[in-house]
Write a protein that binds this ligand. Structure first.
Ligand code: SAM
Length: 470
């Protein structure tokens, strides 16, 4: 039985409800009157239900798709302006006891080098990331209660926050580790993490069990109910995601939105972010072995639909995607991108990108400086801001600000100030010049004069060497 408020995975992600949704969407994909109503509802920024959004996903009338893309662009501008939040992943350990068939860290892979960072190595990695200019990390680890217990993860977080090097400082650590207990989520919360991210991989229970044949991750309900436990443990911001390519994308899309609806219904707050990874080649993984790969067009449509369906949820794209794909989906709704990423354990300390412990092939291999300049050349403001979470603007408080539009008075100045810090401390000469011109032009767009004057004053102080205004 479908019940978005239920705390049982099989009831809030009801298989029957998804099948009925897909059937409903298929029957209505040419129903222009209904499609127009759905687009109108999305235009009012109220978001869409999984049923409504699935109708738009099934629809392939070119004019309606164009309307959808235009609306996604508009909503992106209204909610997020032209700011793009920057981050990098940090791989702590690739020891893993699970059997995920799409991931090279699976237990049976005996030829991939296994590595776990010592605290000294964490230090070196973090300094390398700080020296690039990063302020926000997403830590990643395989699931291994012996090699990577929660105490190890907590120790790493502690180390990361403690490292000050020149003007470097990691101000927000997001965490992407396997589903765990309420008690462990509470420990992560107490360690000061930002968002807890966990990809569902697939919402299709039967496929999920086949794709995760062994290890603790095999348990579909435990994995799917993880966000509820994270919130029960006090974590306000959670990040969802599907690994596109494993199952049929229409099924996954309906499941993803149902998950968001469930969190809103049961916990009062929807997901803080949604990630959109696609399966990539890796050590012993060949993506063509998975039958449900999606092309760039469908990928873009999914991004646009996520944007209009959950306008208040940030959308993240990693370096799994090429520059060209990233460029396209940035316009349609993506609000966070990684840059200069290495997906190997210990990769940031190496001159050349090492591939021996890599989790997946990186498509966008540009440096952070190149990514920052590229964003600015397209008119975006790369933001290294972490102020919201550090000032307690998380969960429903963040959502209220976002929904009321008040967030612009915080985000625009913070984006400009953290960009200025980046330009002063890390940027190449060319990037510095482009950035300086952008900041001057963007200052005029801060709505309140008082806020603009304060921002101008802080920008001057950043030039004089003061850092971290909030
Ligand atoms: N071990 C944790 C877990 O089970 O959730 C951490 C996740 S892992 C380091 C991060 C994510 O990478 C996975 O959730 C999965 O979606 C993704 N991933 C794994 N193999 C991949 C591949 N071959 N291509 C692209 N993404 C992959």
């Amino acid at each position: 039985m479908y019940d978005p408020k239920s705390l049982k995975a099989e009831e809030f992600i009801s298989h029957e409800e998804i099948l009925e949704t897909l059937d409903y969407a298929e029957r209505n994909k040419d129903n222009v009157e209904l499609i127009d109503q759905i687009i109108e509802k999305a235009r009012s920024l109220k978001g869409l239900t999984h049923r409504e959004a699935s109708v738009l996903l099934a629809c392939d009338i070119p004019e309606k798709i164009k309307e959808l893309y235009d609306l996604a662009e508009q909503i992106k501008k209204d909610f997020y302006g032209n700011r793009i939040v920057m981050f990098a992943p940090l791989y702590l350990s690739n020891y893993c006891v699970n059997g995920c068939t799409y991931c090279p860290y699976h237990l049976k892979n005996k030829h991939i080098a296994r590595k776990k960072l010592t605290q000294e190595e964490v230090r070196k990695e973090v300094i390398a990331l700080q020296d690039m200019g990063h302020k926000r990390l997403a830590i990643e680890a395989g699931e291994d209660p012996v090699n990577n217990p929660i105490e190890y993860i907590l120790e790493c977080i502690d180390t990361i926050y403690s490292i000050k090097h020149k003007n470097g400082e990691i101000r927000r650590v997001n965490v992407n580790i396997a589903a765990t207990t309420v008690e462990n989520y509470r420990k992560l919360k107490d360690a000061g993490i930002g968002t807890y991210i966990l990809f569902q991989e697939t919402y299709h229970k039967e496929s999920y069990e086949e794709l995760h044949p062994t290890g603790p991750k095999h348990d579909y309900a435990y994995h799917t109910e993880a966000m509820d436990r994270a919130m029960d443990g006090g974590i306000d911001d959670v990040g969802l995601g599907v690994l596109f390519g494993l199952e049929r994308y229409k099924y996954e899309f309906a499941g993803l939105l149902m998950h968001a609806e469930h969190l809103e219904a049961a916990k009062g707050v929807g997901p803080h972010t949604i990630s959109v990874p696609r399966i990539k080649a890796a050590d012993d993984i060949d993506p063509s072995a998975f039958a449900n790969g999606i092309d760039d067009e469908i990928f873009a449509k999914l991004c646009a639909l996520i944007r209009v369906s959950v306008p208040y949820t940030g959308m993240i794209i990693s370096t799994r995607e090429s520059q060209a794909v990233r460029e396209k989906v940035l316009r349609l709704g993506v609000s966070q991108v990684s840059g200069g990423s290495r997906t190997s354990v210990g990769g940031y300390q190496e001159e050349e990108r090492p591939t021996d412990t890599e989790q997946f092939d990186v498509s966008d291999q540009r440096s952070l400086d190149e990514v920052v300049r590229w964003l600015m050349d397209m008119g975006y403001i790369p933001s290294f801001c972490t102020a919201c979470y550090r000032e307690g603007r998380t969960g429903d408080r963040f959502m209220k600000l976002l929904k009321s539009g008040q967030i612009h008075n915080c985000c625009q100045p913070n984006a400009l100030m953290t960009l200025k810090e980046y330009l002063m401390d890390y940027a190449s000469e060319e990037t510095h010049q482009v950035g300086q011109a952008l900041i001057e032009a963007e200052l005029d767009r801060i709505p309140k004069e008082k806020v603009r004057l304060i921002c101008e004053d802080h920008l001057k102080k950043i030039e004089e060497g003061i850092r971290d205004f909030r």
